[in-house]
Each structure stands twice: as C-alpha cells, then as structure tokens.
Design a protein around this ligand. Structure first.
Ligand code: GMT
Length: 378
C-alpha cells in the first residue's frame, strides 16, 4: 500500500492502550508511513528517536479560572494544526475518552473530512466510563462521528452494543504482541536469580488496582499450602500493594513471595516463570496474559471479558470464575504437579500467540482498515 500520514493519540503511561498505540505507531513508521503521535507526555515505549515518528506534546495552559484545565481543547487544537499542516489521512485515537471527541472537534474546526477518524475502544472507556452519567452520552456520539470503530475483543464489541445500543460496525482488531521480545526463555539466568532452580515460579503482573484482584493471587497461592514449594513473583505497583503485603505477612508467606515492583524488562521475568496468574475482575482483552502465552508460559486466569478469546481453556491455560480462589489454586496445583503439561500448554500458548496475535498480523489488519477508509466519501 502507499505510504499514509497517520496521527495517533493515546495515554502515555504504562497502561496497555498506550503501549499498544505506541508499538503500532513504531511498526507503521517502520513500514514507511509518516506517523504523528499526540499525548501529554512522551509515551514510555517511545524512548528512542525514530525518524518516522513525530511526537506532539500537548501542553495545557493554566489560568486562574480553570479549576480543571481543559486538556481536551488543547489536544483538539494540536490535532487540528497537524491535520492541516500534514494533511493527515488517518487520525487513530486509542481509548475513547476524551480522544474520540477531540478528533471530531479537530476535524470540525478544519472544516473538511479528508482525515478519517478511527477510534479504538480498549476496555474501561466502555465498561466503566460508558456507564458513567458524565460521559455516557458523549461516547456514543463520538463513536458515530468516527469513520471506523475498533474493539480489542469480540466481548468488548458486544459490550459496547449492550451499553450504548450502538448499531454501527465494530471492527475487532485484538491486542498484539512482539513475539521476538516476549519469547520462550533462552537461558536460566533470570530464573535462577528468582530461585527457579529450586522453586517453581508463579508470576502475577499487574498495576495492582483492586480491579486486578491481586489479593486473590495471594489467596490462591496460599491455598497451595506450600505443596510445591513454589514462589509467587509479584511484578508491578499500585494501590492494592499495601493490602497485598499485609496478607502476605498474615499468611507468613514472606519467604515465598518476591516483590519486584514496577520494572521495564518484564519479558525476562515472564519467560522465567512456570505459570502466570491473572485473577482479574474485568478485562476486555488481557495484554499481560497474551505476553505470558507468547513467552510459552501457561496462564491461570479468570473467565471474564475477553480473556477466553486470548487463553484457550484446557489448551494453553486454565480459567476459573472471578473470586473462586479455590479453583484458581486447584488450577495452579494441576499445572505445578505436571511438568509435561506445563511444557505442552506453554508450546500451545506460544503457537496461539504467534499465529493469532502477532504484531505483523495486526499491522496488516490496521493497514487494510486504513486503506478501506482513505479517499472514501464523507
Ligand atoms: O481500560 C483500562 O483499564 C485501561 C486500558 C489500558 O490503557 O491499559 O486497559 C485495557 O486495554 C488493554 C489494551 O487494549 C487491554 O489489554 C486490557 O484488558 C484493558 N483493561 C481492562 O479492560 C480492565
């Protein structure tokens, strides 16, 4: 396809939507497209200079009247400027609130519809904000004004229809993984450092919000009753961490739980693990679960949201109802008791990740979508 001029708006922080948007931008730039990234800070994954990507930092002026400085207006203005100067073909916004509405306002200000707007829904922009009276009318309005709406799972597409009574087309373009980064471990250095030469390793990786139910990770792990001498490796930081520490103390699990905090090289830790554990309450997709599969690590998770689209129960992981820590513990036990099963599930997960959720496949899907929109009548 011919090179396009593509704008991408996202949140810059550690959340999966910002990571995916940035990785997509990098892949599009590597493929010869001109990419413009909009955010209020440089996304963490855009650390290095890339000649194909320009970063437009959105700054919000303060003013004595502003109790809430209007980021949305500042973003719309920057979008409009770049749309006009570079004649963007596509403006792809990630996470509906407020990015989708900003894209619409920017295009209205410009007064022509050359730039096609794509809105990708990531999860809580629908499941939480979509039900919030402050936002529930504006989100479907912005979706109807988008030229294409994308959801990261079939479940989220169905949920969007249910929440908004939205009848437009929703393209399902799942999360993707860089399978060269998240790959099976090549040596045991990190695994040995974590004690994996003596103890099976169960890893839980999240932002430790209550939604991720990290407490259930500790509860389920405790129910193993030290049977396998396993270690629970906790990766990430967040508001529930104090409660997690307290529970670890109460169960006297201090010698079996490792707190790694928020680290960049999560791929090394994931690949070192025997099992990855995600007891989450709600998940539109579950990028971390996909990264575990790509690392050939079986997943024990909750049967919720889009997770069953990622983790095939009984093939590359085992699922349990939300809050059922007995069943989560039983699943951990099943896997930790059988190294052959761990290897089989791991291989199946790696195959699933590389076949269905590769960066290359997602790039093709996005390019095909953009191509279908460019030049289309308004
Ligand atoms: O919706 C959120 O909580 C934030 C969002 C993010 O920015 O990380 O997470 C969602 O988007 C990810 C990327 O598409 C998905 O993998 C996560 O499952 C999803 N989180 C939830 O649905 C809770």
């Amino acid at each position: 396809m011919s090179a396009l001029r593509i704008g991408i708006a996202c949140y810059p922080t550690y959340g999966g939507s910002g990571v995916l948007a940035t990785e997509l931008g990098l892949a599009l730039a590597d493929h010869g497209h001109e990419v413009h990234l909009f955010s209020y800070a440089r996304p963490t994954r855009l650390a290095a200079f890339h000649s194909g990507i320009q970063f437009h930092n959105v700054t919000v002026s303060s003013y004595p009247l502003f109790e809430y400085p209007p980021y949305d207006l500042a973003l719309s203005s920057v979008m409009r400027q770049v749309m006009a100067e570079r004649e963007l073909d596509i403006l792809h916004v990630h996470y509906a609130v407020p990015h989708s509405m900003c894209a619409y306002v920017a295009r209205e200000m410009l007064g022509n519809c050359r730039t096609k707007i794509v809105t990708t829904l990531h999860g809580t922009d629908i499941t939480i904000l979509g039900r919030d009276p402050s936002y529930r009318d504006v989100i479907p309005f912005a979706l109807r004004k988008s030229d294409a709406v994308v959801s990261v799972s079939q479940w989220l597409a169905d949920e969007t229809r249910a929440v908004f009574d939205y009848g437009g087309k929703i393209h399902v373009l799942p999360n993707f993984v860089d399978e060269t980064r998240f790959c099976p471990r090549r040596d045991d250095r990190v695994r040995n450092e974590l004690g994996g030469d003596k103890h099976p390793l169960v890893v839980h990786m999240s932002n430790f919000r209550s939604l991720k139910r990290p407490i259930d990770a500790v509860e389920a792990f405790n129910k193993l009753d030290r049977k396998h001498g396993a270690r629970l490796v906790l990766v990430g930081e967040g508001p529930e961490m104090t409660n997690v520490r307290e529970l670890v103390c109460r169960y006297e699990l201090g010698d079996s739980v490792l707190f790694l905090g928020a680290i960049d090289a999560v791929e090394d830790v994931l690949a070192a693990a025997d099992v990855a554990l995600f007891p989450t309450e709600s998940e539109s997709f579950g990028l971390a679960a996909l990264e575990a599969l790509s690392s050939a690590v079986p997943v024990v998770a909750t049967q919720v949201g889009g997770l069953p689209e990622v983790v095939e129960h009984g093939v590359c992981g085992l699922l349990a109802p939300v809050g059922d820590t007995d069943m989560l513990a039983a699943h951990l036990d099943t896997l930790l008791s059988d190294r052959t099963k761990i290897a089989q599930f791991g291989a199946a997960g790696r195959e699933r990740a590389t076949e269905l959720f590769s960066l290359k496949r997602s790039l093709q899907q996005h390019e095909a979508l953009y191509e279908s929109l460019v030049g289309a009548p308004c």
